[in-house]
Write a protein that binds this ligand. Structure first.
Ligand SMILES: [Fe+2]
Ligand SMILES: [Fe+2]
Length: 150
């Protein structure tokens, strides 16, 4: 599944590092900072892929960090959207759930294959998903009224 998704994303998936740009802002400084952190974690994973040298402990540590960051971010962002009655709130939740499926599918595949191809497919799929999701879903928060941690 992860490999299929990476193939579908081919041509549009970012092959270089994710770079946060000002127009990705949600106008919530905490959420923006979390997005930047998630971008950095994906870039660390990209560096492992590019080097072609990694061990299970490195990948595990990165995935654990990603799990913590992503969980924390999704809870906060979904709460903000609900509070603001954002029209994208439901779609946001659905896409978050889809991303968690992508991560879990990858973990299962990686445990079986331990292969660079699996790691690369996950990196491309997840990078593409994150960028598209921030640009097409998350940024709607900025037109939903008041923002920021209260
Ligand atoms: Fe989101
Ligand atoms: Fe987000």
């Amino acid at each position: 599944m992860v490999l299929d998704m990476a193939q579908q994303a081919q041509g549009v998936a970012p092959r270089t590092a994710l770079t946060w740009k000002p127009w990705y802002t949600t106008r919530d400084s905490v959420l923006d900072e979390q997005h930047r952190t998630i971008f950095e974690l994906m870039n660390e994973l990209g560096a492992l892929v590019q080097a072609g040298r990694y061990d299970d402990a490195e990948v595990d540590a990165l995935l654990r960090q990603m799990d913590v960051q992503v969980d924390e971010h999704f809870v906060l962002e979904e709460g903000c959207m609900a509070k603001q009655a954002c029209p994208m709130a439901q779609k946001n939740k659905e896409e978050h759930s889809q991303f968690l499926d992508i991560i879990n599918t990858f973990k299962t595949e990686f445990r079986k294959t331990k292969s660079l191809a699996t790691l690369q497919a996950f990196h491309e799929t997840a990078s593409y998903w994150i960028l598209a999701h921030v640009c097409f879903v998350d940024i709607h928060l900025r037109s939903c009224g008041r923002h920021g941690a209260e």
